[in-house]
Design a protein around this ligand. Structure first.
Ligand SMILES: [Fe+2]
Length: 388
Protein backbone atom coordinates (compact mmCIF):
# COMPACT_ATOMS: atom_id res chain seq x y z
CA UNK A 1 0.00 0.00 0.00
CA UNK A 2 1.40 3.39 -0.98
CA UNK A 3 1.15 5.96 1.81
CA UNK A 4 2.73 9.32 2.75
CA UNK A 5 4.89 8.62 5.79
CA UNK A 6 6.53 12.04 6.21
CA UNK A 7 5.19 15.44 5.36
CA UNK A 8 4.52 16.98 3.00
CA UNK A 9 6.72 19.79 4.31
CA UNK A 10 8.15 23.05 3.00
CA UNK A 11 11.78 24.04 2.44
CA UNK A 12 13.80 27.06 1.32
CA UNK A 13 11.14 29.64 0.41
CA UNK A 14 12.31 32.51 -1.79
CA UNK A 15 10.32 35.33 -3.34
CA UNK A 16 9.70 33.22 -6.45
CA UNK A 17 10.16 29.58 -5.39
CA UNK A 18 9.20 26.98 -2.82
CA UNK A 19 10.56 23.46 -2.36
CA UNK A 20 8.17 20.75 -1.21
CA UNK A 21 9.30 17.40 0.21
CA UNK A 22 7.63 14.23 1.40
CA UNK A 23 8.44 10.57 1.95
CA UNK A 24 6.39 7.63 0.72
CA UNK A 25 6.23 4.04 1.92
CA UNK A 26 7.18 2.71 -1.52
CA UNK A 27 9.02 4.16 -4.52
CA UNK A 28 6.66 6.41 -6.46
CA UNK A 29 6.60 9.38 -8.82
CA UNK A 30 6.40 12.98 -7.56
CA UNK A 31 4.02 15.77 -8.54
CA UNK A 32 3.01 19.10 -7.02
CA UNK A 33 0.01 21.23 -7.94
CA UNK A 34 0.01 24.89 -6.90
CA UNK A 35 -3.46 26.28 -6.29
CA UNK A 36 -4.94 29.65 -5.49
CA UNK A 37 -8.12 30.37 -3.58
CA UNK A 38 -10.62 32.93 -4.87
CA UNK A 39 -11.49 35.71 -2.50
CA UNK A 40 -15.21 36.20 -2.20
CA UNK A 41 -16.94 39.26 -0.79
CA UNK A 42 -20.36 39.47 0.76
CA UNK A 43 -21.27 42.95 1.89
CA UNK A 44 -18.58 44.10 4.30
CA UNK A 45 -17.25 40.58 4.76
CA UNK A 46 -14.62 38.79 2.74
CA UNK A 47 -13.36 35.24 2.89
CA UNK A 48 -11.52 32.64 0.84
CA UNK A 49 -13.20 29.84 -1.07
CA UNK A 50 -11.73 26.36 -1.02
CA UNK A 51 -8.62 26.45 -3.27
CA UNK A 52 -9.56 24.83 -6.57
CA UNK A 53 -7.78 26.80 -9.29
CA UNK A 54 -4.54 25.06 -10.27
CA UNK A 55 -2.05 27.68 -11.48
CA UNK A 56 0.99 25.46 -11.90
CA UNK A 57 2.00 21.78 -11.83
CA UNK A 58 5.42 20.14 -11.66
CA UNK A 59 5.89 16.42 -12.33
CA UNK A 60 8.82 14.07 -11.82
CA UNK A 61 8.31 10.60 -13.28
CA UNK A 62 11.37 8.98 -11.69
CA UNK A 63 10.42 6.80 -8.72
CA UNK A 64 11.75 7.71 -5.29
CA UNK A 65 11.04 7.34 -1.58
CA UNK A 66 12.08 10.84 -0.51
CA UNK A 67 10.50 13.36 -2.86
CA UNK A 68 11.75 16.87 -3.55
CA UNK A 69 10.07 19.26 -5.98
CA UNK A 70 10.91 22.96 -6.45
CA UNK A 71 8.24 25.18 -7.95
CA UNK A 72 9.41 28.43 -9.54
CA UNK A 73 7.96 31.59 -11.11
CA UNK A 74 5.73 32.39 -8.13
CA UNK A 75 4.83 35.87 -6.86
CA UNK A 76 6.61 37.27 -3.75
CA UNK A 77 4.83 37.38 -0.39
CA UNK A 78 1.79 35.60 -1.83
CA UNK A 79 -0.55 33.04 -0.29
CA UNK A 80 -0.78 29.82 -2.30
CA UNK A 81 -1.88 26.26 -1.62
CA UNK A 82 -0.16 23.06 -2.71
CA UNK A 83 -1.22 19.47 -3.24
CA UNK A 84 1.29 16.66 -3.65
CA UNK A 85 0.65 13.50 -5.64
CA UNK A 86 2.59 10.24 -5.93
CA UNK A 87 1.81 7.24 -8.08
CA UNK A 88 3.22 3.81 -8.78
CA UNK A 89 1.95 0.80 -10.71
CA UNK A 90 -0.88 0.15 -8.27
CA UNK A 91 -1.76 3.26 -6.34
CA UNK A 92 -2.25 6.99 -6.63
CA UNK A 93 -2.22 9.16 -3.52
CA UNK A 94 -2.41 12.89 -2.75
CA UNK A 95 -2.16 15.09 0.31
CA UNK A 96 -5.01 17.55 -0.21
CA UNK A 97 -4.37 21.31 -0.21
CA UNK A 98 -2.09 22.97 2.37
CA UNK A 99 -1.28 26.70 2.50
CA UNK A 100 2.11 28.32 2.07
CA UNK A 101 3.43 31.80 1.43
CA UNK A 102 6.40 32.83 -0.69
CA UNK A 103 9.14 34.92 0.95
CA UNK A 104 8.58 38.55 1.83
CA UNK A 105 10.19 41.20 -0.35
CA UNK A 106 12.71 43.66 1.05
CA UNK A 107 10.72 46.23 3.02
CA UNK A 108 7.93 43.82 3.99
CA UNK A 109 7.43 42.71 7.63
CA UNK A 110 7.48 39.02 8.52
CA UNK A 111 7.72 36.73 11.54
CA UNK A 112 9.40 33.47 12.45
CA UNK A 113 9.57 31.08 15.39
CA UNK A 114 12.67 29.54 16.95
CA UNK A 115 13.03 26.40 19.03
CA UNK A 116 15.29 23.34 19.42
CA UNK A 117 15.90 20.18 21.44
CA UNK A 118 12.80 18.26 20.30
CA UNK A 119 15.07 15.23 20.39
CA UNK A 120 17.97 16.36 22.53
CA UNK A 121 15.73 16.52 25.61
CA UNK A 122 14.25 13.10 24.96
CA UNK A 123 16.31 11.12 27.44
CA UNK A 124 15.12 13.42 30.27
CA UNK A 125 11.53 13.89 29.08
CA UNK A 126 8.90 12.22 31.28
CA UNK A 127 5.98 13.55 29.23
CA UNK A 128 6.00 10.91 26.46
CA UNK A 129 6.50 13.62 23.86
CA UNK A 130 3.76 15.95 25.13
CA UNK A 131 6.21 18.87 25.39
CA UNK A 132 7.10 18.54 21.71
CA UNK A 133 3.44 18.38 20.72
CA UNK A 134 2.66 21.44 22.86
CA UNK A 135 5.52 23.46 21.40
CA UNK A 136 4.59 22.68 17.79
CA UNK A 137 0.91 23.36 18.47
CA UNK A 138 1.57 26.71 20.14
CA UNK A 139 3.98 27.83 17.40
CA UNK A 140 1.33 27.09 14.79
CA UNK A 141 -1.12 29.47 16.47
CA UNK A 142 1.24 32.36 15.74
CA UNK A 143 1.15 31.55 12.00
CA UNK A 144 4.82 32.42 11.43
CA UNK A 145 6.21 32.81 7.92
CA UNK A 146 8.91 30.26 8.71
CA UNK A 147 10.58 28.45 11.60
CA UNK A 148 14.17 27.95 12.71
CA UNK A 149 15.31 24.89 14.66
CA UNK A 150 18.69 25.31 16.34
CA UNK A 151 19.71 21.68 16.39
CA UNK A 152 19.19 18.48 18.41
CA UNK A 153 15.78 17.98 16.82
CA UNK A 154 16.33 14.21 17.12
CA UNK A 155 17.93 12.08 19.82
CA UNK A 156 20.20 10.11 17.49
CA UNK A 157 20.38 11.37 13.92
CA UNK A 158 21.60 7.97 12.69
CA UNK A 159 18.34 6.30 13.85
CA UNK A 160 15.83 6.61 11.03
CA UNK A 161 12.84 6.24 13.40
CA UNK A 162 13.96 9.22 15.50
CA UNK A 163 13.19 11.66 12.71
CA UNK A 164 9.51 10.73 12.80
CA UNK A 165 9.31 10.22 16.57
CA UNK A 166 10.78 13.53 17.67
CA UNK A 167 10.32 15.88 14.73
CA UNK A 168 8.18 15.03 11.71
CA UNK A 169 5.51 13.23 13.76
CA UNK A 170 4.75 15.83 16.45
CA UNK A 171 5.44 18.65 13.97
CA UNK A 172 3.31 17.29 11.13
CA UNK A 173 0.53 19.89 11.14
CA UNK A 174 2.91 22.82 11.68
CA UNK A 175 5.45 21.68 9.10
CA UNK A 176 2.93 21.18 6.28
CA UNK A 177 2.29 24.92 6.23
CA UNK A 178 5.49 26.45 7.68
CA UNK A 179 8.82 26.35 5.82
CA UNK A 180 11.62 25.54 8.22
CA UNK A 181 15.39 25.60 8.53
CA UNK A 182 17.46 23.55 10.92
CA UNK A 183 21.11 23.39 11.84
CA UNK A 184 23.33 20.56 12.97
CA UNK A 185 23.45 19.81 16.68
CA UNK A 186 25.59 17.17 18.34
CA UNK A 187 22.61 14.77 18.40
CA UNK A 188 22.31 14.95 14.58
CA UNK A 189 25.99 13.96 14.48
CA UNK A 190 26.24 14.73 10.74
CA UNK A 191 23.97 11.75 10.03
CA UNK A 192 23.06 11.22 6.38
CA UNK A 193 19.34 11.60 7.17
CA UNK A 194 19.88 15.33 7.86
CA UNK A 195 21.20 15.69 4.32
CA UNK A 196 18.49 13.45 2.84
CA UNK A 197 15.50 15.10 4.51
CA UNK A 198 16.43 18.78 4.09
CA UNK A 199 16.79 20.87 0.93
CA UNK A 200 19.17 23.61 2.01
CA UNK A 201 21.82 25.13 -0.24
CA UNK A 202 24.97 22.99 -0.45
CA UNK A 203 26.80 21.91 1.61
CA UNK A 204 23.62 22.01 3.81
CA UNK A 205 25.65 21.94 7.04
CA UNK A 206 26.03 25.72 6.69
CA UNK A 207 24.11 28.09 4.45
CA UNK A 208 22.64 31.57 4.24
CA UNK A 209 19.37 33.04 3.02
CA UNK A 210 17.68 36.42 2.90
CA UNK A 211 14.08 37.11 3.90
CA UNK A 212 12.52 40.58 3.93
CA UNK A 213 15.20 42.92 5.25
CA UNK A 214 17.19 40.25 7.08
CA UNK A 215 20.15 38.04 6.24
CA UNK A 216 20.22 34.71 8.09
CA UNK A 217 23.43 32.70 8.33
CA UNK A 218 23.43 29.13 9.67
CA UNK A 219 26.71 27.62 10.85
CA UNK A 220 27.69 24.12 11.90
CA UNK A 221 29.29 24.70 15.30
CA UNK A 222 29.82 20.96 15.74
CA UNK A 223 32.35 21.24 12.93
CA UNK A 224 34.19 24.07 14.71
CA UNK A 225 34.34 22.17 18.00
CA UNK A 226 35.66 18.64 18.24
CA UNK A 227 33.85 17.20 21.26
CA UNK A 228 36.57 14.58 21.74
CA UNK A 229 39.28 17.17 22.29
CA UNK A 230 37.31 20.17 23.60
CA UNK A 231 38.29 22.43 25.45
CA UNK A 232 41.78 22.00 24.01
CA UNK A 233 40.84 21.66 20.35
CA UNK A 234 42.23 24.14 17.84
CA UNK A 235 38.83 25.65 17.02
CA UNK A 236 39.93 26.61 13.51
CA UNK A 237 37.72 29.70 13.63
CA UNK A 238 40.03 31.72 11.46
CA UNK A 239 40.67 32.74 7.86
CA UNK A 240 41.31 29.68 5.73
CA UNK A 241 38.63 27.59 7.37
CA UNK A 242 35.97 27.05 4.71
CA UNK A 243 33.05 27.73 7.01
CA UNK A 244 34.66 30.75 8.66
CA UNK A 245 35.41 32.22 5.23
CA UNK A 246 31.78 31.62 4.24
CA UNK A 247 30.60 33.54 7.32
CA UNK A 248 32.87 36.49 6.52
CA UNK A 249 31.89 36.50 2.85
CA UNK A 250 28.17 36.46 3.60
CA UNK A 251 28.42 39.19 6.23
CA UNK A 252 30.56 41.34 3.96
CA UNK A 253 28.45 40.92 0.83
CA UNK A 254 24.89 41.23 2.15
CA UNK A 255 23.12 44.57 2.00
CA UNK A 256 20.35 43.38 4.36
CA UNK A 257 19.56 45.75 7.21
CA UNK A 258 19.40 42.99 9.83
CA UNK A 259 21.90 40.16 10.32
CA UNK A 260 21.03 37.06 12.32
CA UNK A 261 23.45 34.16 12.81
CA UNK A 262 22.45 30.81 14.29
CA UNK A 263 24.39 27.72 15.37
CA UNK A 264 23.95 25.06 18.03
CA UNK A 265 26.64 25.56 20.71
CA UNK A 266 26.19 28.70 22.88
CA UNK A 267 29.16 31.04 23.34
CA UNK A 268 27.27 32.79 26.16
CA UNK A 269 25.01 31.04 28.67
CA UNK A 270 25.10 31.08 32.48
CA UNK A 271 25.00 27.34 32.81
CA UNK A 272 26.54 24.09 31.80
CA UNK A 273 27.34 23.33 28.21
CA UNK A 274 28.57 26.85 27.45
CA UNK A 275 31.21 26.60 24.71
CA UNK A 276 33.47 29.59 25.26
CA UNK A 277 35.69 28.70 22.31
CA UNK A 278 32.91 29.89 20.01
CA UNK A 279 33.56 33.44 21.22
CA UNK A 280 36.32 33.37 18.59
CA UNK A 281 33.49 34.10 16.12
CA UNK A 282 32.38 37.23 17.99
CA UNK A 283 34.93 39.78 16.63
CA UNK A 284 34.00 39.22 13.00
CA UNK A 285 30.28 39.18 13.82
CA UNK A 286 30.72 42.46 15.73
CA UNK A 287 32.75 43.95 12.89
CA UNK A 288 29.98 43.33 10.37
CA UNK A 289 27.05 44.38 12.57
CA UNK A 290 25.34 41.10 13.48
CA UNK A 291 22.28 41.95 15.59
CA UNK A 292 21.26 38.64 17.17
CA UNK A 293 22.89 35.20 17.54
CA UNK A 294 20.60 32.22 18.19
CA UNK A 295 21.93 29.11 19.96
CA UNK A 296 20.62 26.09 21.90
CA UNK A 297 22.37 22.97 23.36
CA UNK A 298 21.92 24.12 26.98
CA UNK A 299 18.28 23.20 27.57
CA UNK A 300 17.15 26.52 29.04
CA UNK A 301 16.07 29.96 27.87
CA UNK A 302 18.59 32.76 28.15
CA UNK A 303 18.90 36.25 26.67
CA UNK A 304 22.15 38.17 27.03
CA UNK A 305 22.71 41.89 27.29
CA UNK A 306 24.10 43.30 24.05
CA UNK A 307 27.78 42.27 24.10
CA UNK A 308 30.76 43.69 22.19
CA UNK A 309 34.41 43.03 22.88
CA UNK A 310 33.53 40.91 25.90
CA UNK A 311 31.54 43.69 27.63
CA UNK A 312 27.98 44.97 27.81
CA UNK A 313 27.65 47.50 25.00
CA UNK A 314 24.26 48.93 24.06
CA UNK A 315 25.73 50.78 21.07
CA UNK A 316 27.59 48.01 19.26
CA UNK A 317 26.64 44.78 21.04
CA UNK A 318 25.16 41.51 19.80
CA UNK A 319 22.29 39.88 21.74
CA UNK A 320 22.92 36.16 22.28
CA UNK A 321 19.80 34.02 22.68
CA UNK A 322 19.82 30.46 23.97
CA UNK A 323 16.54 28.93 22.82
CA UNK A 324 16.94 25.54 24.50
CA UNK A 325 13.34 25.14 23.39
CA UNK A 326 11.47 21.90 23.81
CA UNK A 327 12.75 21.03 27.26
CA UNK A 328 13.89 22.42 30.59
CA UNK A 329 16.92 21.55 32.68
CA UNK A 330 16.97 24.03 35.60
CA UNK A 331 19.85 22.16 37.24
CA UNK A 332 22.02 23.05 34.25
CA UNK A 333 22.03 26.68 35.36
CA UNK A 334 24.81 27.90 37.63
CA UNK A 335 23.56 28.88 41.12
CA UNK A 336 23.87 32.54 40.13
CA UNK A 337 23.57 34.37 36.82
CA UNK A 338 26.56 35.60 34.80
CA UNK A 339 27.49 39.20 34.00
CA UNK A 340 26.15 38.76 30.46
CA UNK A 341 22.74 37.37 31.52
CA UNK A 342 19.77 39.70 30.95
CA UNK A 343 16.90 37.19 31.36
CA UNK A 344 16.81 33.45 31.87
CA UNK A 345 14.36 30.71 32.71
CA UNK A 346 14.32 26.92 32.47
CA UNK A 347 10.94 26.27 30.84
CA UNK A 348 10.01 24.53 27.60
CA UNK A 349 9.56 27.41 25.17
CA UNK A 350 9.88 28.91 21.74
CA UNK A 351 10.63 32.39 20.42
CA UNK A 352 8.35 34.38 18.15
CA UNK A 353 10.25 37.16 16.37
CA UNK A 354 8.47 39.84 14.33
CA UNK A 355 10.64 41.96 12.03
CA UNK A 356 10.13 45.13 10.06
CA UNK A 357 12.81 47.15 8.30
CA UNK A 358 13.31 49.21 11.48
CA UNK A 359 12.36 46.89 14.37
CA UNK A 360 12.89 43.42 15.78
CA UNK A 361 10.35 42.32 18.40
CA UNK A 362 11.15 39.12 20.27
CA UNK A 363 8.75 37.21 22.51
CA UNK A 364 9.66 34.14 24.57
CA UNK A 365 6.60 31.93 25.10
CA UNK A 366 6.24 28.75 27.14
CA UNK A 367 4.57 25.50 26.06
CA UNK A 368 1.23 26.73 27.47
CA UNK A 369 1.42 30.00 25.47
CA UNK A 370 2.39 32.16 28.43
CA UNK A 371 4.66 35.08 27.52
CA UNK A 372 7.62 35.21 29.93
CA UNK A 373 10.10 37.56 28.23
CA UNK A 374 10.10 40.13 25.46
CA UNK A 375 12.39 42.78 24.08
CA UNK A 376 12.60 45.15 21.15
CA UNK A 377 15.46 46.40 19.03
CA UNK A 378 14.82 49.52 16.96
CA UNK A 379 17.22 50.52 14.22
CA UNK A 380 17.35 53.91 12.51
CA UNK A 381 18.27 54.52 8.88
CA UNK A 382 21.95 54.94 9.86
CA UNK A 383 21.96 51.52 11.52
CA UNK A 384 22.01 52.79 15.13
CA UNK A 385 20.17 50.53 17.58
CA UNK A 386 18.00 51.33 20.59
CA UNK A 387 16.47 48.72 22.90
CA UNK A 388 13.33 48.44 24.97
FE1 LIG B 1 23.28 19.79 21.93
Amino acid sequence: MLTIIKGPYLQWPTEQTITIMWETSEPASSAVDILMAERIHSGYHGNFKKPERVVKSVNEQALSLIHQITVSDLEPGTLYFYNIRSTNDQYEIESGPHPFKTAARSGEPFSFTVTSETGGYSSFDQSNGQINRNIFSQMQKYRPDFALFIGDIVDDGHHYDDWEKYFFGPGKSFLTSTPFYSCLGNHEDHASWYYDFFAYAPPKSYYSFEYGDACFICLDSTDFIDSDTYPNCSGKMEIGNEQYDFLVHQLRSTSAKWKIVYFHYPPYVSGGYEVEDLRKLCPVMEQYGVDVVLNSHTIVYERSHPICNGKVDFDNGIVYMVAGGAGAMPEWFLPKRSWHTAQSLAEPHFLHIVMTSSSLELQAIDEHRKLFDKFHIFKDSAGNRTYS
